[in-house]
Design a binder for this molecule. Structure first.
Ligand code: PLP
Length: 409
C-alpha cells in the first residue's frame, strides 16, 4: 500500500489505495454513492468515541434524551439508517412489551400484523416495514396516475378496512403526501392504532424535526446520513416512549442477566418486563458507539442551523458550472433554495443540437475520469440534475471539463 505524497507523487486518496477511484458526486446524499460527506466536527467526535468503552444501553439512553430534546418526541433511538428505524418501529408496534412476540418476529402467528397504507405511499423502502412481519392493506386508488380522476386517497378509506387484524398505520411523507398526516393520525387514534411515519428524506427544513411528532405521529424515522450529514449508516427513530423502549429492546444486544441489568428508568421501565428478551429482530441492525456519538454531533449541528451557510456556497458552485458550460448546446437552469435551507439544484437540459441523449450522457459522465454522477431522476425529460451538496470546491474545474468534453458537439 502506498502512502501519501512525496514532492513528485500526487497524494493518493484512501480509496485509490484500495483500488477505487473517488467520483464527483452530483447526486446529493444518495446511499448508492455513500451519502453525505461528514464535517470535521463529526469526524472528530467519531474518533474521540472510538477511544473509550461505554455500555451501549447507557449510551442509547443518553441519545434518547438528546433526540427527545431536539425533536420534541418523548424518546428516541439511534438506528442503522432510516430503513432500520422502519423495521424497528414496525417491530415495536407489533410486539410492544410482549417478550414472546419479540422472540417470534418476523413470524406473527396469533397476533395482529396488518398495517394500513395508502396505495400511493407504497415504495421500495417499505420492504423494511414488511421485514418485521407486517402485511400491508392498501387503500385508495391511483386515479391521477391512470388519468381516470383527480382524487387522492382520503382518510375515510382507511377507516373502512380497520378490523382486529390491524396493528398500525404506515405513512410516507413527501411534499405531496395525501391525505394530510394530521387527518390520518386522527383517524388512526380514534381506533387506538399507532402511526409509523417514514420521513427519511424530509430534512431540511430543520423545522420538520419537530413537525410530524407535533402532528401526532407515534413514531417517525429520519435518515442520519442525508441532510443531517452524520454517518450514512445511521438514522433516528423518535416518538412515544413505550414504543421506543420496545424498539430499543429488540435492537440491543441482550446477552445480560435480568438481575444485573439496570436500564435507566426514564428510558426503559423494567417493571413492565418479566424477563429480558433474547436478541431481537433488530440485533442485525446494530449501531456502534462511534456512530451514535457522530450522529448526535451531526444532529446538534444540523438542528442549530450550522449548515445553512453552505446553501449560498452550493448556489455559487452551481453558478460556476453554468458559466463554465456556456458554449454547450444545453439549457442550464438553477432553482434556488426556497427557504435558505433546502439545496439549490441545477438542471441541464440537452437540446436537439446535442449528439447524444441524456441517458448516454449520464453513462459517459459516469465512465470517464474523474467519474461524474449527476442525478438520473429526469433523464426521460432529457435533463441531467446536479445537487452541489457533495461536490467539493476543488472538483468544480474537473466537473466543467468533463461536461464540456462529453456534451460538446
Ligand atoms: C433514503 C430513504 C429511506 C432509507 O433511509 P436510510 O437512512 O438510507 O436507511 C427510506 N425512505 C425514504 C423515503 C428515503 O428517501
Amino acid at each position: 500500500m502506498k502512502t501519501a505524497g512525496s514532492a513528485q507523487e500526487p497524494i493518493i486518496s484512501i480509496y485509490e489505495q484500495f483500488g477505487v477511484e473517488p467520483i464527483i458526486n452530483c447526486s446529493g446524499t444518495v446511499t448508492r454513492l455513500g451519502g453525505a460527506l461528514m464535517c470535521q466536527e463529526v469526524l472528530d467526535a467519531f474518533n474521540a468515541a472510538a477511544q473509550d468503552s461505554v455500555p451501549i444501553d447507557h449510551l442509547q439512553a443518553a441519545a434518547s434524551r438528546h433526540i427527545a430534546k431536539t425533536t420534541g418526541a418523548e424518546a428516541g433511538l439511534v438506528t442503522a439508517g432510516s430503513a432500520a428505524a422502519l423495521t424497528l418501529g414496525a417491530a415495536a408496534i407489533l410486539a410492544k412489551f410482549d417478550l414472546g412476540r419479540m422472540e417470534q418476529l418476523p413470524q406473527t402467528r396469533g397476533f395482529p400484523n396488518r398495517f394500513i397504507v395508502s396505495r400511493d405511499h407504497r415504495n421500495g423502502y417499505d420492504h423494511a416495514v414488511r421485514a418485521a412481519g407486517v402485511e400491508f392493506i392498501e387503500v385508495g386508488l391511483n386515479e391521477i396516475v391512470s388519468n381516470a380522476g383527480v382524487r387522492r386517497t382520503e382518510a375515510w378509506e382507511l377507516e373502512t378496512v380497520i378490523d382486529d387484524s390491524v396493528a398500525g398505520v404506515f405513512y410516507v411523507l413527501s411534499n405531496s403526501s395525501q391525505p394530510p398526516l394530521a387527518d390520518v393520525v386522527e383517524c388512526a387514534h380514534r381506533h387506538n392504532l399507532p402511526v409509523l411515519v417514514d420521513a427519511a428524506g424530509e430534512l431540511p427544513p430543520r423545522e420538520n424535526l419537530k413537525k410530524f411528532v407535533e402532528q401526532g405521529a407515534d413514531l417517525v424515522a429520519f435518515s442520519g446520513g442525508k441532510a443531517i450529514r452524520g454517518p450514512q449508516s445511521t438514522g433516528i427513530l423518535c416518538g412515544r416512549k413505550e414504543l421506543i423502549s420496545s424498539a430499543t429492546l429488540q435492537m440491543l444486544d441482550m446477552d445480560e442477566h435480568f438481575d444485573l441489568w439496570e436500564p435507566p428508568a426514564d428510558w426503559i421501565d423494567k417493571s413492565q418486563l418479566n424477563g429480558i428478551p433474547r436478541h431481537g429482530i433488530g440485533r442485525a441492525l446494530k449501531v456502534s458507539k462511534e456512530e451514535i456519538i457522530a450522529l448526535l454531533t451531526a444532529l446538534d449541528l444540523f438542528a442549530s442551523g450550522h449548515f445553512d451557510d453552505q446553501v449560498a456556497t452550493m448556489q455559487q458552485r452551481l453558478e460556476q458550472v453554468v458559466t463554465g458550460i456556456r458554449d454547450l448546446p444545453v439549457e442550464a437552469t438553477i432553482s434556488e433554495s426556497p427557504d435558505g435551507q433546502r439545496f439549490p439544484l441545477l438542471a441541464i437540459k440537452l437540446t436537439d443540437a446535442c449528439h447524444i441523449d441524456a441517458t448516454e450522457a449520464c453513462r459517459q459522465l459516469r465512465s470517464g475520469s474523474p467519474p461524474v454522477y449527476p442525478s438520473h431522476g429526469r433523464l426521460h425529460e432529457g435533463i441531467l440534475m446536479f445537487n452541489a451538496l457533495s461536490i467539493k470546491a476543488e472538483q468544480i474545474p474537473a466537473l466543467i471539463d468533463r461536461l464540456n468534453g462529453t456534451l460538446a458537439t
